[in-house]
Ligand binder design. Structure first.
Ligand code: FAD
Length: 284
């Protein structure tokens, strides 16, 4: 199928994009890398009357170190994250996750902001941003607002972005020297969306882990943190018994839902598999 006809504009600055968006209202769509949107247009799942191409807007570009956090512009591509020295040094979880997103050709175009704004529960960046306690910087008609990743992902493909908002950038606290990371996903083939995945971070103190954040993706309608499992692990010496308790807690606190090929039971099982592997990796 072909997309329905639409107008196309390419503003050079953020205020211009915001006024175009405000004028067109729900009839408009922003386009960044187009790696998700173009497919939905071609399948006529979405029929906007106007596409606002934001790829010339410099305020949305670049990865910068700003004090104790990294600022990742919404237009930063998956490849830029994968190849960035700043990301490797200060946000190693993102470095580990990037190669799992599709294939290089898609990563060259698809953007950090497009992935977060789309809010796919199977995507890697929403889960990583939750684990890393990211702050979303959003511009809308009333100016700038900042929303934590915890409050950003609301439901299936639904975020707290309003139709006249633009996600400008994300701030991520930089990693501390005793922080350890684990990213893994189980998928049928490399590049496929995960059947289930885990993005985890903790601080390592001897045999114990503190400040744990374990976020599972591709198991529910949003990325989901295993809060009870985190509490079980926090501050305790990690041994097989503690791991078994955390695994059992994660499997019961997260209500996995089936997708087109995998049952809820399979995903529930994989939550435990991923957590056990992750904990062993984090304390190793
Ligand atoms: C074959 C294939 C495999 C893929 N596999 C994976 C995968 O394994 N993991 C994964 O995470 N993704 C995967 N993707 C999706 C890919 O990562 C996309 O790049 C990403 O989901 C969307 O980014 P984009 O820049 O292409 O956004 P677009 O397609 O341009 O836009 C997506 C949506 O976000 C909105 N939007 C974009 N930017 C902004 C902004 N700054 N502010 C507000 N709204 C905005 C758009 O209006 C649109 O609704 C895959 C895509 C393809 C085609």
């Amino acid at each position: 199928m072909k997309a329905a006809a639409f107008d196309y504009v390419k503003p050079k600055a953020l205020p211009e994009a915001l006024s175009l968006l405000a004028e067109a209202g729900e009839d408009a769509r922003l386009i960044a890398g187009g790696q998700t949107l173009l497919a939905t247009l071609n399948m006529r799942l979405s029929e906007p009357s106007i596409l606002i191409d934001i790829t010339d807007i410099s305020e949305l570009k670049g990865i910068t170190l700003q004090g104790d956090h990294l600022r990742i512009g919404a237009l930063v591509t998956h490849t830029e994250i994968e190849d960035s020295e700043l990301i490797a040094k200060h946000a190693p979880l993102l470095k580990a996750a990037a190669p799992h997103i599709a294939h290089r050709a898609i990563r060259n175009l698809g953007t950090w902001g497009g992935s977060l704004a789309y809010g796919d529960p199977a995507a890697e960046w929403p889960a990583c941003s939750l684990t890393l306690d990211a702050i979303m910087i959003i511009h809308g008609p009333a100016g700038e607002r900042r929303i934590s990743a915890q409050d950003f992902f609301i439901d299936l493909y639904t975020t707290s972005l309003e139709p006249d908002d633009i996600l400008v950038a994300t701030e991520i606290p930089i990693a501390s020297s005793n922080q350890v990371f684990y990213f893994h996903e189980l998928s049928r083939r490399h590049g496929d969306y995960a059947v289930a995945g885990l993005a985890a971070v903790a601080k390592k103190q001897g045999d114990a882990l503190t400040d744990c954040a374990f976020t599972f993706f591709s198991v529910g309608t949003t990325p989901v943190m295993a809060l009870q499992a985190q509490e079980i692990i926090n501050g305790q010496a990690v041994n097989q018994d503690l791991i078994a308790r955390a695994v059992s807690a994660a499997r019961s606190e997260i209500e996995a839902i089936a997708d087109i090929t995998n049952s809820a039971e399979a995903k529930q099982h994989l939550i435990g598999v991923l957590l056990e592997r992750g904990l062993k990796h984090l304390v190793s």
